[in-house]
Write a protein that binds this ligand. Sequence first.
Ligand code: SF4
Length: 336
Amino acid sequence: MLSILPKKILYWYDNNKRILPWRINTSKNKKEYYVLVSEFMLQQTQVKTVIPYFLKFVTKIPDLKALSKCKEKKVLKLWEGLGYYKRAKNLHKTATILVKNYNSKLPKKIEKIIKLPGVGEYTASALSALIHNKECIPIDGNVKRVFSRLFLTDVNIQNFDTEIKKIINKLPKVDRNADLAEALMEFGAVVCKPQNPLCKICHLQKYCKFFNGKNYISLNKKFSIKEKKINIYCYLNKYKKEIALTKNKNLSFLNNFKMPEIQMVVANNNLKKKGWHYLCSYKNNISNIKMNIDLFYKFTKNIPKKFNWYSVDRSSQEFIPSFTKKIFKKIAKVYN
Ligand code: SF4
């Protein structure tokens, strides 16, 4: 099966690939820029969420040189709502390095690509495959799922990632490395989906251990969406209409962005603190994390040292993540 997999997957891709804005036919330089921007945006985020942000981004900042000259504030503003803002900062830094040190091109050697800000093993492989057609499959959740279902079925084995890599390394060589990398990721996203894979119409079903072993339950468990329960505590200045914010350290995807106090709620542990008023509960979904939030507030003039007062009405003038903007909207009700 391994020997015919690239051919089968490429055949499927040629006939079914989605039309995505970063895949359009354009000049080599533009293509490189589009792949770079889209790969940063696609880290932790689904394609359909990324598309409108990508289009807005490349319209306002059309090429690598323009991005390198841009103020970070503008990049963050265009990223607003997409989350995981460190990606925007890293993309900006990467563009500056590429223009300054590499004549506005992505280096050929993967050891150099991996040293760029915000580029880990996965993104380095993706950039290398998609831009330089190098023989390296970026192993994201989609690719892991496809290979584990086809060849392993048991995701609970020790060294799961190593086993998947071993299988991928045995794939026969092809000329179309860029297309193969895209095809495998796309196949995982569109056909071999985490929940309800389209096995009935899948042209690989006769080779697939997962399909033939009817082993759906354990796999779905492994790739399911994570749920988190969090409490948010807002210190409020009643008379100045201010909210106290600090640099967030608890939610990794919003690292260092300003927000109120956040506590992750451990199961069966009631963390509701004394003297706080309950305001409301709501959900906020970011990428594959579903957050169930309880919001509390307290009027006070004394705030912990690391906090600063922040006018609720100034929220639209400054860059704050949409996660915090939602909190502002809810808190506004307290003042009405
Ligand atoms: S048969 Fe189902 S599980 Fe197997 S590769 Fe196809 S979609 Fe994935």
